[in-house]
Design a protein around this ligand. Structure first.
Ligand code: SF4
Length: 375
C-alpha cells in the first residue's frame, strides 16, 4: 500500500463530523471558555465532543460534586494509546476534585472469551491498576474495584437487566444471536459500572470514551431514563494514531508501544512508523514534508510535546524541510518515550506500596510477586 492510500484510510477513519451529526453529539468548542485551555487534550482537540458535559461543568461551578468513570479490561498490554484517556481523567480529577471510579472488568474479558477462567486476570487487574495510578493519581477520591468480585455491581446489573431488551442490545452491538448470553448480559454490567456512582454515591457521572464506545453510553442512558436516574454524560476522545497508519490496537503490536516494550523494540517500532516524509533526505530538504498525515507528529501533538511553541516549531520545521523524519523527529520521540517509561517505572514502586488505598475492597497484594496469574 502506498502513502496516498494510507492517507486516505486515515482520513476515512477520522470522519468525525458526519458521525457526530448522526448521533446528536455536541462539539466541545463552545464549552472551552468555561473549561479553560490549560490542558493540551482540550486545547488541541484531543477531546473533541461531548454529551451533556455542560451540565457537569455547571455543577462544578456551583461547587457540587460529580464522578468520572472509566473501565479497564485487564490485559498484559497497556500501551501509550491508553494513557491519553487516563491522563485526561487525572486532569479532570485534579481540576474539579471529583471522584474517579475504575472498574477492572475481568468479567468482560471472560464473557468475550479473552481468558479461560474468571480468576485468571486477577493479577493483571492489579498490575494494570498500578500502571494507571502511576500516571500520578493520589488514592484520595479513587474507587478501584474488580468487577466480578464486587457484589453490588452484579446486583445493579441484575436490577438493570429488566430495563433492556435483547433486541435493543442485539441491534446496538450488531450481535448475530450466536454469541454466548454473557456478552448480552455484559451491557447490563457496563451500565452498572457507569451508574453505580450515581445510584450509590449520589454523584452524576461523566464517561470519557472513544466514539466506538458511544453505543454503551446510549444503552446506559436509556436505562437511566427508564429508572429515573440522572443520565450519564460523556466526553469523546481522539486516540493516538497507530504507528502503521492503521488504527492503534493491542492485537497489531507494531501499531503501538507497550509499556512492557524494551528499548530495542521501541526503536524498531518508531523508526518504522508511517510519516509524511519524502522518499529521500534531499527531496525532503527541498520540498518539505506533510505533518498532517504523520503518526510521529500526531504522538507529539496529542501526548508528548506539551509546549505550543515547540509544536509550532516542529510543524514549521517539517513543512520547510528543516526536519528529517529519521534523523530528527523519530529519535526525538524515542528519547521521549524512554524517559517517560523510566519515570513511570519509578512511580510504580510508590503506587504498589499504597495500592490497597485505591481499592474499594480488599486485595491480595501477594499475587504481584507470583509467576502464576490465577486467583
Ligand atoms: S519531519 Fe517530522 S513531523 Fe514532518 S513528516 Fe517527518 S517525522 Fe513527521
Amino acid at each position: 500500500m502506498n502513502i496516498e492510500d494510507e492517507i486516505q484510510n486515515i482520513e476515512k477513519r477520522t470522519d468525525y463530523d458526519r458521525i457526530l451529526e448522526e448521533f446528536g453529539i455536541s462539539r466541545i468548542d463552545k464549552l472551552l471558555p468555561k473549561i479553560g485551555r490549560e490542558n493540551i487534550f482540550f486545547r488541541r482537540g484531543v477531546v473533541f465532543a461531548h454529551r451533556d458535559f455542560n451540565k457537569i461543568v455547571d455543577r462544578a461551578e456551583q461547587n457540587k460534586k460529580f464522578a468520572i468513570i472509566s473501565g479497564r479490561g485487564p490485559s498484559s498490554d497497556l500501551h501509550y494509546g491508553h494513557f491519553i484517556l487516563f491522563e485526561l481523567i487525572r486532569f479532570i480529577q485534579e481540576k474539579y476534585n471529583c471522584d474517579f471510579f475504575l472498574p477492572l472488568s475481568d468479567d468482560e474479558k471472560y464473557v468475550f472469551r479473552k481468558v479461560d477462567s474468571i480468576g485468571e486476570t486477577y493479577k493483571l487487574s492489579l498490575e494494570n491498576a498500578v500502571d494507571i495510578f502511576a500516571l500520578g493519581f493520589k488514592p484520595d477520591n479513587v474507587h478501584a474495584y474488580i468487577s466480578s468480585i464486587t457484589p453490588r455491581i452484579q446486583y445493579l446489573a441484575l436490577s438493570f437487566s429488566v430495563n433492556q431488551t435483547y433486541n435493543a442490545i442485539k441491534a446496538a452491538l450488531g450481535l448475530t444471536g450466536e454469541e454466548n448470553v454473557g456478552t448480552v448480559f455484559y451491557s447490563c454490567i457496563q451500565a452498572a459500572h457507569i451508574l453505580h456512582p450515581t445510584t450509590d454515591h449520589n454523584l452524576p457521572v461523566v464517561v470519557p470514551v472513544g466514539l466506538d464506545q458511544d453505543v454503551f453510553i446510549r444503552l446506559t442512558r436509556d436505562i437511566a431514563r427508564k429508572r429515573k436516574i440522572t443520565s450519564p454524560t460523556s466526553l469523546y476522545i481522539r486516540f493516538l494514531k497507530g504507528l502503521t497508519g492503521k488504527p492503534m490496537s493491542s492485537s497489531a503490536p507494531e501499531s503501538c508501544v507497550f509499556l512492557s516494550d524494551d528499548e530495542k523494540t521501541i526503536k524498531r517500532k518508531i523508526m518504522n512508523a508511517l510519516t509524511g516524509g519524502r522518499s529521500t533526505v534531499k527531496e525532503q530538504q527541498k520540498l518539505g514534508a506533510n505533518s498532517d498525515v504523520c503518526t510521529i507528529y500526531d504522538w507529539f501533538e496529542k501526548y508528548f510535546v506539551k509546549d505550543d511553541k515547540e509544536m509550532s516549531e516542529i510543524r514549521k520545521g517539517c513543512k520547510d524541510g528543516e526536519l528529517i523524519c529519521g534523523l530528527d523527529c523519530k529519535p526525538r520521540l524515542i528519547e521521549m518515550i524512554l524517559n517517560h517509561q523510566k519515570q513511570h517505572n519509578n512511580r510504580k514502586k510508590e503506587v504498589i506500596k499504597n495500592l490497597e488505598k485505591y481499592f474499594d475492597h480488599e486485595i491480595d497484594l501477594s499475587v504481584l510477586n507470583r509467576e502464576d496469574d490465577s486467583f
